[in-house]
Design a protein around this ligand. Structure first.
Ligand SMILES: Cc1cc2nc3c(=O)[nH]c(=O)nc-3n(C[C@H](O)[C@H](O)[C@H](O)COP(=O)(O)OP(=O)(O)OC[C@H]3O[C@@H](n4cnc5c(N)ncnc54)[C@H](O)[C@@H]3O)c2cc1C
Length: 557
């Protein structure tokens, strides 16, 4: 915060995909822009999605033609501009007699979908053809199905790439910086924002004629809606994450849940399989990380067990869970969660522009709409057209020695021009993938050095995603990760141990399973206290490092 200017053209509050998308657009227009995120970049919903860049067939069925058309166009743009970050994915949609939409309904929907993308890419499959693709699918009453194409993304990396390019264009983006208030003059016009460093508590007022509130589910904390009609309705969506050995599918599958007919996705992603999602009112507060409930896990398990009865899947095979809150705008007419529109809304109040709702896929359209609303308060600019290129292109270089072209494309997609320094700075052994993932060891060191990592959870859950891809949040690899990253992070051993402890506890709370959590007993608390004392001693007497302290319950007298 010491580097913050005292004034700028625009402050963006919120470092999810919406805020990052606007940061990316406005910095490239030459505006002086500051973005503030209260936790880590993409900490909110934008790292907890189903990771699809899609038009959303469901929205088509519900008549949201504009949303579907915009999303399909954005999907095509992202596939063109960010290969390696946004990649095509084939979907299969089985048709069962007497359950879910039939062949002609799907044919009509998929034809419109293709028409919007201006390419024909769906095809009907007979029951035999579908079974050849997914041999363990339930064949009873299966009449055939469809194959169609959408795209998928690493959602947090999308946010980080937008932030990185916005910074390269001169913008300033701060994580762990909360906007405490939007400040106004006597006439009510916005004159800036008061920011607070989440760790030191220090505050800083920054003057700006325009503020965009892109805080997703938190939007009404900074911009309350007084008309009482349209409010944010945080809807929780959860996923189970299975290892691909347990659920060996090559294509994503969209099926209808046997209990309520909602669409459920089973999606291969980064070497694991996501099963999701639920759609429920989130009763808990929105400040704590959301987590899956027992009932949601059972609901998702029922969907996969019904579709693949022969696999005998069980919850104890899951690697992790993932829950997020959808920032959905509701007019309060008691609709079922899944019937609420996913369209975004923009509220303007004398220099404060609030964006609420929307999808990951349409982040750029949403950003451009917000820019249009903020334009009257900004210095003169020429707004880019939605059709103009969204990313700064990275020229594909010949891959480095031993690097597969696909790996190189993956790096360029995720890190933009940062891919060059990953390849140049890495030792050859760090250009290997972390077993069980598609992530290179070198990505960790690069992120630690260049991507504003403040905590271990930032590194393992958002810069790379191994916290979601490996058992126990990647605990087994922490020693090698420490050797790679601790020196660049400038953390001493004590800080590393504290970060490890916090990360594993946080992982257990947000990505573990409720039924596995044991209440912390007295012994556990004594153990934690003793461990903390021991850590302190090791810091003073380094020759003790390498020894451990062990606390055991002794049975008997
Ligand atoms: C389960 C689930 C699955 C989804 N799947 C898909 C999908 O497959 N495809 C798709 O297109 N969309 C999907 N979505 C929707 C999509 O993820 C969201 O629409 C999108 O991520 C919202 O981004 P956002 O930036 O508006 O909000 P967020 O990502 O939540 O960002 C808001 C940020 O603001 C910060 N903030 C809040 N208050 C303050 C403050 N006072 N000061 C500073 N910072 C603050 C928060 O910490 C947060 O990081 C899904 C959503 C969910 C929940």
């Amino acid at each position: 915060m010491t580097h913050l200017p005292s004034s700028c053209d625009l402050v963006i509050i919120g470092g999810g995909v919406t805020g990052a998308g606007l940061f990316h657009e406005t910095t490239r227009l030459g505006l002086i822009v500051v973005l503030a995120e209260q936790h880590d970049f993409a900490w909110g919903t934008s790292s907890r999605s189903s990771k699809l860049i899609h038009g959303g067939l469901r929205y088509l069925r519900e008549g949201h033609l504009r949303l579907t058309r915009d999303a399909v166009k954005e999907r095509e743009r992202l596939l063109r501009e960010a290969p390696g970050l946004v990649t095509p994915i084939a979907f299969l949609m089985p048709i069962y007699k007497g359950h879910g939409p039939g062949r002609w309904t799907l044919e009509a929907g998929l034809s419109i979908y293709d028409l919007m993308a201006q390419k024909r890419q769906h095809k009907h499959l007979s029951a035999e053809e579908l079974v050849a693709k997914v041999p363990f699918i339930d064949r009873r009453a299966l009449t055939g199905g469809y194959q169609f194409w959408d795209a998928q993304v690493d959602d947090a990396r999308l946010v980080l790439r937008l932030i990185a390019e916005g910074r390269a264009a001169g913008g300033m983006a701060l994580n762990y910086t909360k906007a405490l208030s939007v400040d106004r003059d006597e006439a009510g016009n916005v004159r800036g924002v008061t920011l607070q460093d989440a760790e030191t508590g220090r505050t800083h007022a920054i003057a700006a004629p325009a503020v965009v509130n892109a805080t997703g589910c938190w939007a009404e904390a900074l911009h309350p809606q007084h008309d009482g009609k349209r409010h944010l309705r945080p809807l929780r969506g959860s996923h189970l994450i299975f290892p691909s050995q347990a659920l060996p599918i090559q294509s994503a599958i969209s099926c209808m849940h046997p209990e309520d007919g909602r669409a459920v996705f089973i999606i291969p992603w980064e070497g694991v399989v996501l099963v999701g999602t639920t759609d429920l009112d989130h009763e808990g507060g929105i400040d704590a990380e959301p987590r899956i409930t027992d009932a949601e896990a059972q609901y998702l398990l029922t969907a996969v067990r019904t579709l693949f009865p022969s696999l005998g899947l069980a919850l104890n095979q899951c690697i992790a869970s993932l829950s997020g809150l959808r920032p959905v705008i509701s007019s309060g007419d008691h609709k079922a969660p899944s019937e609420e529109s996913r369209e975004h809304d923009i509220w303007v109040d004398k220099g404060l522009v609030t964006i609420a709702g929307g999808k990951l896929t349409t982040y750029r359209r949403v950003a451009l709409d917000a820019l249009k609303a903020a334009q009257p308060f900004l210095p003169p600019i020429e707004r880019p057209a939605a059709e103009s290129p969204g990313f700064v292109t990275v020229e594909p270089l010949p891959p480095g020695p031993g690097m597969h072209p696909e790996t190189w494309q993956r790096l360029c997609g995720r890190y933009g021009s940062g891919a060059f320094s990953i390849a140049a700075d890495a030792k050859p052994e760090d250009l290997q993938v972390i077993p069980g993932t598609h992530t290179l060891w070198a990505e960790l060191a690069h992120a630690a050095a260049h991507e504003s990592v403040r905590h271990l959870s930032d590194l393992l859950l958002r810069r790379v995603r191994i916290g979601l891809l490996l058992p126990d949040g990647g605990k087994a690899h922490l020693t090698r990760i420490e050797a790679l990253c601790r020196p660049v992070l400038g953390w001493d051993r004590r800080r590393w141990r504290r970060e490890t402890r916090d990360y594993l506890q946080q992982w257990q709370r947000a990505h573990g399973f409720p039924w596995q959590i044991q209440p912390r007993g007295l012994l556990e608390r004594i153990r934690e206290w003793l461990q903390a004392q021991w850590d302190r001693l090791v810091d003073r007497l380094p020759f003790l490092a390498g020894h451990t302290i062990k606390v055991e319950r002794v049975q008997g007298p």
